[in-house]
Design a binder for this molecule. Structure first.
Ligand code: SF4
Length: 359
């Protein structure tokens, strides 16, 4: 599949590279797709099962909630049962962070809004430093400290992150990653733009509490997509009220749409119009299902008429322009055969498999 990276996107912000488990984040490493398990972490088997499913979808890092000591103690077994790096999400109680480190996690997420005691944070940082475990300073607009007066949300988010960064640096700790998430997209973008110029560390980007897949994917795509277009962001999580596999699928789609990662097929399908003579919506849906079995990158087009179809999808590796009763099969916009309507999907997929799996 052709990719063209000479687009008008801003160059990627240069950040200090860190490593979570074996996964590099920042620098020139690919932008990493991560998610968060929504099982009860204390239920070790269910959590491992869900993470294993996410591994199948190529989730690259997983975070789990650690609400209590039992959850912290479950991390050791969870870590043993999975292949991707494990991050412990810690709020309120620094002792849970210490226990998570003890359990062997690959990363910590601390919320500066709810662990404010500097001595407690110091204890966590020193324990993380001993094990060379990175810490994400995860600022959330919804849980900012109340001590910052009447400053704007953006300023309060950035200040909260900077204060925590300074504390970590004062302890000679630099395995830092930062996030500044809000539900409001312009607020999130402004916060990340500001912090991006102030610190050298990699940024985890996302929109928080973005909603259900229907609207949440759009909100995330606008926020994460805008930041990536500006060159900001080293790892992403698409927050959705859904099974986390939807987050991973959406994460890759965002990266693919900006040509930042290749990951499986891309489906190009026309919006349909008055020229459409067949049920192109159904055909595109059938092709989409078939393409889920293909792992290699390939651009596939399903077009609604033989007049404009091949031309409109000329960037596709393979496609079909569907007319009444017959369709034109094409590669790189050039006609390679005529297909009967009953065979549209079958013929297209035969070409796809031939390209992606030539042997
Ligand atoms: S490919 Fe044909 S049917 Fe589809 S939108 Fe274009 S002109 Fe209309």
């Amino acid at each position: 599949m052709k990719t063209d990276r000479s687009k008008n996107m801003s160059p990627r912000r240069i950040s200090k590279q860190i490593q979570i488990g074996g996964v590099k984040i920042g620098g020139s490493a690919p932008i990493v797709v991560q998610s968060m398990a929504n099982t009860d972490t204390r239920d070790i088997m269910s959590t491992i099962r869900q993470i294993k499913e996410l591994q199948e979808y190529d989730c690259e890092i997983i975070r789990v909630a650690v609400p209590d000591m039992q959850a912290a103690q479950a991390l050791k077994k969870i870590k043993k049962g999975i292949k991707i790096p494990l991050i412990a999400d810690i709020h309120f109680d620094y002792r849970l962070a210490l226990a998570a480190l003890e359990a062997g996690v690959d990363g910590l997420r601390l919320n500066p809004g709810n662990i404010e005691d500097k001595d407690q944070i110091k204890k966590v940082v020193l324990a993380a430093k001993e094990r060379a475990i990175p810490i994400r300073i995860g600022v959330n607009a919804g849980s900012l400290s109340k001590t910052q007066g009447k400053k704007s949300v953006v300023t309060r988010m950035v200040d909260a992150a900077l204060e925590e960064v300074k504390l970590l640096e004062s302890l000679d700790f630099d395995l830092i990653k930062v996030s500044l998430k809000a539900f409001d997209v312009p607020t999130t973008i402004a916060a990340y733009k500001t912090i991006a110029e102030k610190i050298p560390y990699p940024l985890h980007i996302g929109i928080t509490e973005a909603g259900t897949p229907h609207t949440g994917v759009i909100r995330n795509s606008v926020g994460i997509g805008s930041l990536l277009y500006l060159g900001i962001g080293d790892t992403i999580r698409v927050s959705l009220t859904a099974n986390p596999r939807e987050e991973v699928i959406a994460g890759y789609e965002i990266l693919k749409s900006l040509d930042l990662r290749q990951h499986g097929p891309i489906l190009v399908s026309c919006p349909t119009c008055g020229r459409t003579e067949v049920d192109i919506i159904k055909i595109a849906q059938q092709v989409e299902v078939e393409l889920q079995k293909i792992k290699k990158p390939i651009k596939v087009a399903v077009m609604g008429c033989v007049v404009n179809g091949p031309g409109e999808a000329k960037d596709a590796d393979v496609g079909i322009a569907c007319g009444k009763g017959r369709g034109i099969l094409f590669r790189n916009g050039k006609k390679i055969g005529i297909v009967e309507e009953a065979d549209f999907v079958k013929a297209l997929m035969r070409e796809v498999r031939e390209i992606t799996n030539p042997n």
